[in-house]
Design a protein around this ligand. Structure first.
Ligand code: ATP
Ligand code: MG
Length: 398
């Protein structure tokens, strides 16, 4: 029997006129997520399905689709002909197969007997040539499930729902499990953002959350060779690769940052090292955003997490920005951020112990509540424009 993966999308329905645009983006993202797996994407009556694939690829298809934003839920369904007579023999055969699989959910009670699973059969009948009503078909098909011996009908408080979708094209789709999708909006429908991607735990999570709201992500990483190693850079490339199933392709730009750090170290008060360094990152990220038409910067900052993430620090570091700065983690605790990092599998890469450019030249006493006027005065010792331009000119792409 042929397997298909049925795809349902959620929030898109809310978007009225834009729906067509969102749908086309979602379809594009689904197709690119499935690249390399021989299969066919089908669309009929507002429903999407992946068909004509090797059954051995089912898990891989589901696992990739679970990371595509805009998908609300998925089911693996069996596809059959509805059948010529009113006994729906092919549908019953498929239902019997689904029910046999569901029996594994059946628990055994203290008396050693199996506790019957409460189930219902829900029929959708788009093919109006079938003379019976949906409820009549469901009642009749229920008998096939009951034959398995460990089920009992419960239309309202059910543990398993067998869905039978009879389409106008004479085919039926039979499924029993609903797999949660990633939710959110299709990547690309909410503009572009330039992510400041460090090697830490936070910034990859920030990328994930913005992509979930439909933002296409570009990334910039500041690296300070020889103080930072190739391994630190490889780590960022690996983080980018881990994000890709959720975000789609992410262009990664690595900016040479050593000269800027050395200049700040030499000419500015040590207590402003981090603040001024961050202000350069913001300037350079805004400059790179022009080229890629990004409308916002994205960082992994969370209020109060470290000295550079107080209100005053963020006011200072954000001041040179020509674009809004999105900080999706601002109200999250480290535990909550870590939980997401583990879920998206970036955590183990983030904790690799290689130096980030921020950990070198660290002052003993960084300014926790910097005064912006004092910071601006300190920066007068630097040729900001040439330093920014040289860094932008030295960008490498990954
Ligand atoms: P993370 O875990 O993301 O590294 P963090 O808690 O270490 O965050 P900071 O080092 O203060 O926090 O960095 C705050 C934010 O600044 C990061 O989330 C990231 O967006 C940006 N950032 C810091 N260092 C770099 C870097 N080397 N390259 C690019 N962005 C950076
Ligand atoms: Mg960091």
């Amino acid at each position: 029997m042929d397997k298909v993966v049925v795809i349902r999308y959620g929030e898109l329905f809310l978007k009225g006129k834009n729906r067509e645009y969102f749908e086309s983006l979602l379809i594009k993202n689904i197709k690119s997520a499935l690249e390399g797996i021989p299969c066919r994407f089908s669309r009929s009556q507002g429903r999407y399905a992946v068909e004509d694939f090797d059954s051995a690829d089912t898990d891989e298809i589901v696992s990739r689709l679970k990371k595509v934003f805009g998908i609300h839920s998925l089911s693996v369904a069996l596809k059959t002909k509805v059948g010529a007579d009113e006994d729906f023999a092919p549908v019953r055969a498929a239902l019997s197969e689904c029910a046999a699989k569901a029996t594994t959910l059946c628990k055994t009670g203290e008396n050693g007997k199996r506790i019957p699973l409460r189930f219902r059969v829900t029929v959708k009948r788009a093919d109006k040539r079938i003379p019976m009503t949906s409820a009549e078909i469901a009642a009749s098909l229920g008998g096939t499930v009951l034959e398995k011996g460990c089920f009992k009908v419960d239309l309202t408080d059910f543990e398993v729902e067998f869905k039978v979708d009879m389409r106008e094209n004479g085919f039926a789709y039979i499924s029993s499990e609903n797999i949660a999708g990633a939710g959110g909006l299709p990547v690309g429908c909410s503009g572009r953002g330039m992510l400041l991607l460090s090697g830490g735990i936070d910034s990859p999570v920030a990328a994930y959350l913005m992509a979930k709201r439909g933002m296409k992500i570009f990334a910039v990483h500041f690296s300070s060779p020889p103080y930072t190693s190739d391994k630190a850079r490889d780590k960022v490339v690996d983080l980018r690769d881990k994000l890709t199933p959720y975000t789609g392709d992410v262009r990664l730009m690595v900016v040479p940052f050593t000269d800027i750090q050395l200049a700040i170290h030499k000419f500015c008060p040590a207590s402003f090292m981090i603040t001024i360094m961050r202000r350069f990152m913001v300037r350079i990220a805004c400059r790179l955003s022009e080229k890629y038409e990004c409308g916002a910067l994205v960082t992994g900052e969370s209020l109060g997490q470290v000295a550079s993430q107080t209100v005053e620090s963020m006011t200072c570091t954000g001041a040179p920005a020509t674009l809004p700065i999105f900080r999706p983690l601002i109200g999250l605790d480290k535990d909550e951020i870590t939980e997401i990092a583990k879920k998206i599998d970036t955590f183990d890469i983030s904790i690799r112990p290689y130096e980030d450019c921020c950990t070198i030249f660290l002052p003993k006493a960084p300014a926790i509540h910097p005064d912006i006027k004092a910071v601006e005065r300190a920066e007068e010792a630097l040729d900001i424009e040439s330093l920014v331009q040289a860094a932008v000119d030295g960008v490498e792409f990954f």
